[in-house]
Design a protein around this ligand. Sequence first.
Ligand code: NAG
Ligand code: CU
Length: 263
Amino acid sequence: MSSVLTNVSFRAMFKLALAASLLTALVSSVHGHGYVQEIKAGGTTYTGYLPYQDPYMNPAPQRIVRKIPGNGPVTDLSLIDVQCNGYTAGGVAGSAPAPIYATVAAGSQMALNWTTWPDSHKGPMITYMARAPSDITNWNPGTSAVWFKVAEAGLVNGKWAATDLLTASNSIYTFTIPPKLKAGQYIIRHEIIALHAATSYPGAQVYPSCIQVQVTGSGTALPTSFVSFPGAYTASTPGIVFDVYQGPSTYPIPGPSVWTGGN
Ligand SMILES: *[C@@H]1O[C@H](CO)[C@@H](O)[C@H](O)[C@H]1NC(C)=O
Ligand SMILES: [Cu+2]
């Protein structure tokens, strides 16, 4: 009697384990995803917004990153979701402002720590900023053209930024706040665009998130041209529809050129 029971429960456990490993395999092959889990700025380490923990914590942890719904992508580039990976909630379109911000000097580097990124998800890593007209913990850009690009990396000597280069740097992406950028509060919009399904539109997977910072320094430079999200990327933007499987030697990174503000 007890040996039958043991046998039954063993089989049940085996089935469960099998189901779990199949699910894991499916999730990682079809949709391995990710987000920025940690940020180093101005000598301080900040935990990112953790979509599978933060919503269940009471009190809610205070983050410098705006809320994201999970580790998945945005593929409809006409949606506000493509801005900060937020969605229409509580009557506010786009990601809700976060309660705090990091302080970082113009010209210094920030390090963004991504969760393990799947090798299949080749693509560029791109970073934009937008200057807050007022208190950043209240500001929502909506569809206004306020964004300028500060860094981009696509296909460099046969290596993709989001896979080869990110893996080689222990999942740490770094970029520099433009040295002459005028002090003030900014949203940093950082993204990976995964191209493994981008041979037609919709297909490219955008993984954006928004980090709030106070930039310090004596610079006076501000860009003069801006893009909006949604708006900057459409089905016909170079690099949105792209075939990564034909051994390309170059890749046109989507969006405007990088603004450095002079050095
Ligand atoms: C990235 O963040 C994770 C989670 O906090 C941490 O365990 C890991 O050590 C960090 N990676 C690096 C290279 O600092
Ligand atoms: Cu994925």
